[in-house]
Design a protein around this ligand. Structure first.
Ligand SMILES: Cc1cc2nc3c(=O)[nH]c(=O)nc-3n(C[C@H](O)[C@H](O)[C@H](O)COP(=O)(O)O)c2cc1C
Length: 226
C-alpha cells in the first residue's frame, strides 16, 4: 500500500528528541521571584502531565520545593521568545554540565524573553500571558529516572503533575464550544532535534479517533480539585 521502503541501519544518536511540543514551565524561586524555562519532554493523559526534567534545573528544584507550576504552551509565533530563554538557567552558580554547554545564569527570565508574568489562580507560580494556553498544576509524584544506570543515575526526574486550572485564548477555541480547543487554530511550537518547527496548517486526512466525542474523555461528574 505504501510502495517502497528504505533500508534501515542501526544508529546511536546522542539524543532521541523526535519532535514534541514546547512547554514553558513557570515556577517560583525561594525569594518569591519567578522562573520560566523551556522544555519539551512532556506528555499528557487525562488531566495529568508527565514532565522529563534535568534534576539540577532550577525548575525541578522549584517544583519539588513548592509543589506547583504553570505549564505555558507557546504557539509557533512565540518561537523568538522561547529561543531567547535557550541556554539560560535560573540556577546561580550555573551547574558545570550546563556551563560546558554554554549556559549562563539569568535572573529575570520574563524580562529576557519579553513575556508577561501573572501569578496563577490556584498556584503562586507564573502564567505567561502571551502563551495561548496556560495550565496550572500541582506536583503529584516525583519519579527518579535511570536509577539502574551508573552514568545517568541522579540526573533525570519524571515529575507527574495534576492539572488544577486551564486558561486559553479565545482565538484558539472552537466557535460555540467553550471547552474545546480547535486544532485548526492551535499552532503548537515543536522542538525536533534542537530545532524549531510548526505543524502543517491543514489536517492530513479524516481521523477515525476524531469520531469519538471529546466530552467522553471526561469521567461523568468529575471536577478538577484545586
Ligand atoms: C526548546 C527547548 C526544549 C528543552 N527541553 C528540555 C526538556 O525536555 N527537559 C529538560 O530538562 N530540559 C530541556 N531544555 C533545557 C532547559 O531549558 C534547561 O535545562 C534550562 O537551563 C532550564 O532552566 P532552569 O534551570 O532555570 O530551570 C530545553 C530547552 C529548549 C530551548
Amino acid at each position: 500500500m505504501h510502495g517502497t521502503f528504505s533500508v534501515s541501519h542501526q544508529i546511536e544518536p546522542a539524543i532521541l528528541y523526535f519532535g514534541t511540543p514546547v512547554v514553558l514551565i513557570g515556577s517560583t524561586n525561594e525569594d518569591g521571584s519567578f522562573n520560566l524555562a523551556p522544555m519539551s519532554s512532556a506528555w499528557w493523559v487525562g488531566w495529568r502531565c508527565m514532565l522529563g526534567l534535568a534534576a539540577n534545573s532550577k525548575t525541578t528544584e522549584n517544583m519539588i520545593r513548592t509543589g506547583e507550576c504553570v505549564l505555558n504552551l507557546p504557539s509557533a509565533a512565540l518561537v523568538g521568545a522561547v529561543d531567547r530563554l535557550a541556554r539560560t538557567t535560573g540556577s546561580d552558580p550555573v551547574p558545570s554540565g550546563k556551563r560546558m554547554r554554554g549556559y549562563r545564569h539569568a535572573r529575570d527570565k520574563f524580562g529576557l524573553c519579553g513575556l508577561t508574568a501573572m501569578p496563577g489562580e490556584t498556584v503562586a507560580a507564573p502564567r505567561a500571558l502571551e502563551c495561548p494556553v496556560q495550565i496550572e498544576a500541582r506536583v503529584a509524584h516525583v519519579h527518579e529516572m535511570a536509577e539502574e544506570d551508573a552514568v545517568w543515575r541522579g540526573n533525570l526526574a519524571a515529575i507527574e503533575v495534576r492539572v488544577t486550572r486551564v486558561h486559553a485564548h479565545s482565538g484558539i477555541m472552537m466557535d460555540g464550544e467553550p471547552n474545546r480547543v480547535d486544532p485548526d487554530r492551535w499552532r503548537p511550537l515543536i522542538m525536533s532535534f534542537q530545532q524549531f518547527y510548526g505543524l502543517t496548517s491543514e489536517k492530513l486526512q479524516r481521523s477515525e479517533l476524531g469520531q469519538i466525542p471529546e466530552a467522553m474523555y471526561k469521567p461523568p461528574g468529575w471536577k478538577p480539585a484545586a
